[in-house]
Structures are given as C-alpha cells and as structure tokens.
Design a protein around this ligand. Sequence first.
Ligand SMILES: Cc1ncc(COP(=O)(O)O)c(C=O)c1O
Length: 492
Amino acid sequence: MQQPQDGNPTPEHSENPPSAQSELCMSPELMLDLARKSAELLVERIENVPMRDAWDGDFREALEHKLMEDPPEDGRPGAEVLEQVARDILPYALRLDHPKCFAFVPSAPTWPGILADFLAAGYNINQATWLVASGASQLELVVLDWIRCWLGYPEEAGGLLTSGGSAASVDAFVAAREAAGNPERSTVYMSDQSHSAFIRAAMIVGVRRECVRIVPCDESFRMDMKALERAVAKDRATGFNPIAICANAGATATGAIDPIDAMANYCESQGIWLHVDAAYGGFAIITEEGQKLFRGIERADSVGLDAHKWLFQPYEVGCLLVKDLRTLEDPFSVRPDFLQDVVWGSKHPNFTDRGLQLSRSFRALKIWMSIQTFGMAAFRRAVARGMELAARAEDYVRASPVLEIMSPASLGVVGLRFNPKAADLGEDTLDAINKTVLTRIFWEDNAFISSALPKGKFSLRLCIINHNTTWEDVSETLEAIERFGNETLSTV
Ligand SMILES: Cc1ncc(COP(=O)(O)O)c(C=O)c1O
C-alpha cells in the first residue's frame, strides 16, 4: 500500500482506498498508524501530566485565531490533523487528572477505561436495545448489579447508566413525578447544599422554578429536618403536592452527607419519593467508611452516582438506580411501531425504556474493563485514600497558625481559608485576601483549586479524589496557600 508523501496535496485517505470502499474510509495501515500516534500522544500526556501545570487555557480571541475557519472542502493527511489537535486544541483545558487538581470535582480515568471508550466507538455499539446490542446490554446489567449490591438495594432494583449526574436527576424526577401521579402544583425539596442540576431537573419535569423548595441546612451543612417538615406541611396545607425530596450523599461544595436514614423515615411516613444524590461521593460506598456514612441509602427510592467522578472513568458515565425498576420502566417505556422488532420480553431489557436517551454509547464497558483489570481491592484503596488525604489536610489546617477550617473533611472535600489567628481580620479583608490567594494559585502555582461559600463565607475548597494524588501534592498546595496568604497580608 502506497503511503502518502510529505507535501503531497492528495488526501491520504482517498489514496488507493480499497475498492468498493467509500471516500470516507482509510487503509488498514493508515488506520493503525493514526491509532498508534493517538495512543502515543495519550501515553506521553499521561506520563507528563504531573510535570505540567494543572491548568492550561486561553482567551477566546487567541483560540478563535487558531481555530475559526470554514470547514475545508478537501481533506488533509490524518497525521497532520492529529498534530494540530495535539497542539491547538487538547492542551487548552484544565488537567482534571493532574494530582494537584483539587477544583470542582476532578476525575482521573484509568487507562482500561479510556481504551474501553475507544473500543466501544470502534465497534460502533448503540446500547439502546437488546436486539441491537445484546452483549453490551448484558454487560450493563452486570455493572448495574455490582452497583446495586454496593448500595444494598433489593433484586427488584434496577436502572441505567447515564451521561452523568444531571441526566440521572432528570430520569429520577420523572420516576418520582409519575409515582406521585403526576399532580398539578408539584413541589420538590432539596437543601441549600444541593447541586444546581436538581433545580434544572425539576424544571425539566415540569416543576415550576418557585416550587423548588430550598431547605436550609444545620451547622454541619446537613438538611435541617425540622425545616423540611415545616416546608412540606405548609405546602400540603396550601394545596401543593410534594413529589420528591433530595438527600445529598456528598454535597459538591462541602462533601456533606444529609441524614439519609432520618429522611427515609420521613419520606416513608409521608409517601414522598426520596432521591439520594451521590453523584460525586457515592462510590465511597465501596469502602467500609462509606458504608457507615451512607447508612439508610438502600431505603431511598432512587440513587444517582457518577462513575466519571470517584470511580475513575472517562466522561461520560453516571448511573441511576431505582429501588423498584418498574417505577422507571413504566414512565419511560414508549413503543413506536418502528421499534416493534426490538421487543424481546422482560428478560431482555431495552435500556432505552429506562431513561431519556434512545441512541446510547456503551458505558458499562469502561467500568467493567477497569475493575476487571485492577480489581475491587485497588479501587477500594484508591477511594479510601482520597478520604484519608482530606482528613489529613484538615489536621494540617487545624494545626496551622494561619489557616482556618471552613468545612471539615467529608468524602474527600475540605474547605479552608487563610485567617491568621493572631491578626483578627474582618470578613471583608479575609474575603479579599483569600480571593487573591485563589488567583495567585491559579496564575503562579502548578495546582488548581476552586472556591465555595459555606455559610456565606468565601472559602477555598479542595476536592481530593484523584488516585494519583500524594500527601506531598496536598501539603505543597496548603503551603502555597499559607505563603500567598502571608504575602498578601503583608501588603494590606
Ligand atoms: C453532587 C453532584 N450532583 C450532581 C452533579 C452533576 O453531575 P454531572 O456533572 O455528571 O451532570 C455533580 C457534578 O459535579 C455533583 O457533584
């Protein structure tokens, strides 16, 4: 097979395409060559991530200059396209898998998981129905069953893998709304720590924005049960219809865990759907500590967890499980005539009957391949280490003369701020100093952190859930916060 010559304007892929193949095909040699180059690029990147800064990015004008153009009428060599991708596009991103990336909810995917996405795309699996993807469907059942057992859910439980926590929340609210009989004037309840995805999901399923009740939290960022009960009672008395209550099993800002067991008691007594948002924190359930922290989770009507967060998978893979699978399949099973051939009976589920997507990627493969390759013990240790590092960070902060804990370590998240005990600084000054610290970490340090507002106060937030993060990565970042804080203070 003739290889394209450098400088040859003829697009490589149309050069000697195997007879009877379209212009959009490539020869096997070229496919392998590009795949090899892509794999080399990825391995080199992964090896070098710790040596780079956690963040890279640019302003729109600069990126527009590089990238904004009409689609070319004729193609160019794939290797050249790949080079541009590696140079002009992919590096401009937060390196969420950097061991010092502590912002938002970082993620560090395993290599088998990455390969699984490549394989799933290459095999062109559409994981919508059993007929079209039986192997993939069976594997999704296997992975869902693993998660079901981790949660302690009964056999009648089931669900699906979703694009992430946001999609899971929409599917959960559909199930909740239908279980409640799809009433008029519906309301949902969540704490002031709940993720914004739930406000959006509520509106998507038809709950009016003003009917999303945000319930205050106690001192520990946990749902105030009395306030919840008051809100529900008031709504019932004034003709509103509660359809769901959301509990956090790892609130994004603070890692807080709501009193799930007490909420389950209350929801059962009131006949209201309980959804547990365990999107980022949920996979702590595979550890002994997590089992204790999430006591009562198996009583929830539904639980959402994201494997692309603390189960070390590439985006996008979340999961929704409902305690009774019928509550999901009843509302979502819609059978158009053009899909009449895919009905193989209840033993052969069509995952499209469980959520909002018809065409679906094969998400189970990455979880399955990663766990088969490394084993659960390794995953358990990796999740447990995140929690240990956050607890150690809290100890460091408490022992530091210039740092203050803003939210204690919970599920890998810890909140802190620069606040020298000797200085007696006012809130405005503290806000200003800590915002400067955040900015200086961003521009001058190789770490990347984000901020939150626990109890309305500006706080630096570390989410320590990367399996590659060491104590040195954490302590160096805390030292940088102390240093930038002291330097800023000396200029105030
Ligand atoms: C607690 C929680 N819930 C929901 C979400 C939304 O999940 P996703 O980004 O996968 O849609 C997140 C994302 O960080 C989260 O942390």
